[in-house]
Every structure is written in structure tokens, then in C-alpha cells.
Design a protein around this ligand. Sequence first.
Ligand SMILES: Nc1nc2c(ncn2[C@@H]2O[C@H](COP(=O)(O)OP(=O)(O)OP(=O)(O)O)[C@@H](O)[C@H]2O)c(=O)[nH]1
Ligand SMILES: [Mg+2]
Length: 305
Amino acid sequence: MSAHRFGYVVLIGPPNAGKSTLLNALLGQKLAIVSPKPQTTRNQLAGILTTDDAQIVLLDTPGVHIPRGSRLNSRLVEAAWQSLAQAQAIVVVLDAAHHARKPDVLESDLKMLSRPVERSGLPVIVALNKTDAVSDKGLLLPVISRVAEQWPGAEVVPVSALKKQGLDGLIGLMTARLPEGDAMYADDELTTAPMRFLASEIIREKLFLQLSQELPYNTAVAIEHWKDTPKGARVSAVIYVAKDRHKGMVIGKGGKVLKDVGSQARQEIMELTGRPVHLELWVKVREDWTEDDHFMNELGEDLGS
Ligand SMILES: Nc1nc2c(ncn2[C@@H]2O[C@H](COP(=O)(O)OP(=O)(O)OP(=O)(O)O)[C@@H](O)[C@H]2O)c(=O)[nH]1
Ligand SMILES: [Mg+2]
């Protein structure tokens, strides 16, 4: 039997490539929030994958892009690049369905990723994701050869995070690139993230799914109180919006949007904690918070890192 391996693998790639979906698929459980909108993930999130011969700490990261506009956007990209420093291997996650149709997007994504990835000196695996959405697999060949040309030492593996295809192969490739070492976490431990953070993320996911246009990007969630009682958890959370006029949109007509967000989030937090949850949501205006580093640092403190 080969030696046990342990290490950190960062999932990095453009927004909407399916990094968070891939993390969940690899773990076999939903941990990271997912939405069809780009820039859903805002913080690094560690998921612990324990197999017979390895423990892999997978780091989900915000999508990398050329930051324009808000401080929030720059911080997302900084958080993603910083994650490289913690890792022993990189999985570059690309939306191969998009790239098969748009070679120019592949070029600009590779251009954006190449310097930091190459500078890290880490072994690279490229997961060509969303292959379920490519009907003619021949269309993947130019993507594969272009990626192989960019990173000659890299392994390139087609996967579908959504349909859970190609994942065993990917786990094998990650394992082979990690150093020998003992597991650091118990084999039933799923994440290092605190429950408060996961709960705030679940609420944010429901907002991303319910709200349209720019609104999701201007909302943030903080857990204000969390009390565990014999009857379950009593949780109170604040949804921050960046403008006064956003407040009514988050609440919705007759409070409908907020009510739906609350009941969907409560259900999922209950599943995560395995206990009854009483969830109260408040909406507050924090003028232009997406430019406010101090406020965003405070929000990050919930992460426990
Ligand atoms: N068809 C298909 N869709 C996928 C696959 N993986 C992810 N998606 C979809 O792609 C969208 C984005 O998925 P996410 O996992 O949130 O992507 P991400 O890379 O984490 O995005 P950011 O956090 O915004 O950077 C969602 O609608 C997913 O359902 C896949 O393998 N096939
Ligand atoms: Mg994500």
C-alpha cells in the first residue's frame, strides 16, 4: 500500500466556472453556495475530503477576473490569489462548454490565470468542467490542446461537477501530487468553517437566487446572534444593502422576497445543523459598503480565520 498523503489543493478559475459545484461534488455534500450568477463566492472556504489513502483540504475561492469597479471586486480577486500561497497543488477549473464555443474567452482566461499560476511553482491540474454541456466531445479537443500548450506539465481532465463525472480520476491526480503526511482532521470533519459563516452563506445564496441584476452584488449577510437552546438554534441575521432604495427590493412586495429567503435558508440551516432553527432576518442599509474595507474586514471576522 502506498503512503498516506495530506495537503491543500486550491480550486481556482474564472467566475462561474463551477468551482463551488466541484467542491460540493468532490465532498459528496453541499458545503459551498452555488448560483448561476458570477462572483457568488466571496471568501476562501476549506472542504475536507478524506479518502482511504489521503486527506485533501480543498480550498474553494472567489472567481478571478480583471477587477473593475468596487473594492469588493478587488478583494475577491486578492482572496483567490492569496489562496495559492497555502496550497501544495492547483486545480484550475475552467468552463469547457463556454471555452469550446468561445476560443477568445479561453485566451483571455488563460492570460489572466497564467502568471500567478506559473509563479506559484505548484503542480497544476486543469479540470475542464461542464463537459455535460458539450454535445460533440470533439469540440473539447482544441481546448485540451490549448491548455496543454499553456501548462505543458499539467494534467488535463474533463469533468462534470454537475453530473459527477470524472471525479475519481481528479481525486487520483490530486492525491498523487500531495506530500506524504498524516490526516490533520477527523475523517467525518467536513470543513474548518464555523457554522455561523455557513449559515450566513446559505442566506446569501438564497438572496443570489431570488434577486436580480446588481442587487445580489450589493448585499452582505452577518449573523448577529446565535443561541443554542434545548429546542434548537435561535438565529438572527442582518442583510446589509448598499443603498436605501435596495431595502424595499430585498423585502419585496408584502415582505414576500424576505419571507421566501428566510424559509428557504431556515430549511437548509436546519439540515446542516440537524436541529430545529428559528431564523429572524433584518435588512439594514450600510451606505456603499462595497467600498468600505473596514466593514468588509468586520464581516470577514465571522470566518474565524
Ligand atoms: N452544465 C453544468 N453546469 C455546471 C457544472 N458545474 C457548475 N455548473 C453551473 O454553473 C453555475 C456556476 O456554478 P458555481 O459552482 O457557483 O461556479 P463558481 O465557479 O463557484 O462561481 P463563482 O463563485 O461565482 O466564482 C451554476 O449554475 C452551476 O449549476 C457542470 O458540470 N455542468
Ligand atoms: Mg463559487
